[in-house]
Every structure is written in C-alpha cells, then in structure tokens.
Design a protein around this ligand. Structure first.
Ligand code: GTP
Ligand code: MG
Length: 151
C-alpha cells in the first residue's frame, strides 16, 4: 500500500487541532504507520522545503516550521498521496473548499496548519527525511477487509 508524509504544523498543534486532523485521516480509512512530535531545526525545515528555496516566502516559511512542535506522521492506504492532498485542500485556505482541513480550519496561506506530500517521489523523500525505517510500523488493521473488500 502507498504511503505519504503528513505533518501538523506548529499553528495546528498550538490551536489544538491534532486530534481533529488525525481523526479525518483515520475516519476516511487510512492507516497510521508512524507518528512523533518534534521541533524541527531551521536547517531541517530548509531541507524539508528545499524545492521552494527560490521563493520569496522561503525564509519565513522555514522560520515558521521550526518555531514550535510539529506532529510528523506517515499514513498508508490506497491512493493516500493524492487523496490526502484532497482531504487537506488547496494551499491557500481562502481557496480551499469547505469540507477540507484547510477550508474548515485555516484562513491564511502562511498558517495553513498541515503539510502533505505532493507526489510519490516527494513522499518517499519526506518519509526518509523525517523518519528512520524502524519508526515505520507495518501491520494489517482489522478494518482493512471492510475498507477495501476482498476483491
Ligand atoms: P505544503 O503541504 O505545506 O507543502 O503546502 P502545499 O504543497 O499546498 O504548497 P507548497 O508546497 O507550494 O508551499 C509550501 C508552503 O509554503 C504552503 O503550505 C504555504 O504555507 C507556503 N506558501 C505557499 N505559497 C505561498 C505564498 O504565496 N505566500 C506565503 N506567505 N506562503 C506561501
Ligand atoms: Mg508542498
């Protein structure tokens, strides 16, 4: 099954949205296979967002990500990379649909509470950056046969 990296950013943690966000992924039927809370260093934040280093907001973005605790997670499931982004909603919460995490819970583009990998390559890279292999737990959940069926 596919895996994606999801992080609750410092604003989401400080606003008490950890359980709300986890709940949306869990209720959908995705499976949590890694989780931890940490304060990333600025250097670590720059590594995470290296693709954006030419953007004018890069420095502020990395300062923000390293400004407090982040809940780092790996979620597993069929189509979880693409559908995880759908659950999260558009980058700018002003444009995110109601019903999405950012649409329902955030207002500003620089404080959009959650990150999700944007493709299979970035998912692989981000999981490797944030987690060691032995922090990832492979297991079958009892609900899987009810979520996917048998065929
Ligand atoms: P992530 O899941 O956090 O990677 O967001 P994303 O994939 O929806 O957007 P992207 O990777 O393009 O940008 C990363 C983060 O930079 C966003 O989540 C925003 O917080 C921030 N960002 C993106 N565009 C802008 C912008 O135009 N202005 C500001 N201030 N921040 C931006
Ligand atoms: Mg992104």
């Amino acid at each position: 099954l596919e895996r994606t990296f999801i992080a609750i950013k410092p604003d989401g943690v400080q606003r008490g949205l950890i359980s709300e966000i986890i709940s949306r992924f869990e209720k959908k039927g995705f499976k949590l296979v890694a989780i931890k809370i940490m304060i990333p260093s600025k250097d670590f934040a720059q590594k995470h967002y290296h693709d954006l280093k030419e953007r004018p907001f890069f420095n502020g973005l990395c300062d923000f990500l390293s400004s407090g605790p982040v809940v780092a997670m790996v979620w597993e499931g069929e189509g979880v990379i693409k559908y995880g982004r759908k659950l999260i909603g558009a980058t700018d919460p002003q444009k995110s649909e109601p019903g999405t995490i950012r649409g329902d819970l955030a207002v500003g583009v620089g404080r959009n509470i959650i990150h999700g990998s944007d493709g299979s390559e970035t998912a692989k890279d981000e999981i490797a950056l944030w987690f060691t292999p032995w922090e990832l737990v492979s297991y079958t959940s009892n609900a899987e046969k009810w979520i996917y069926g048998i065929n």
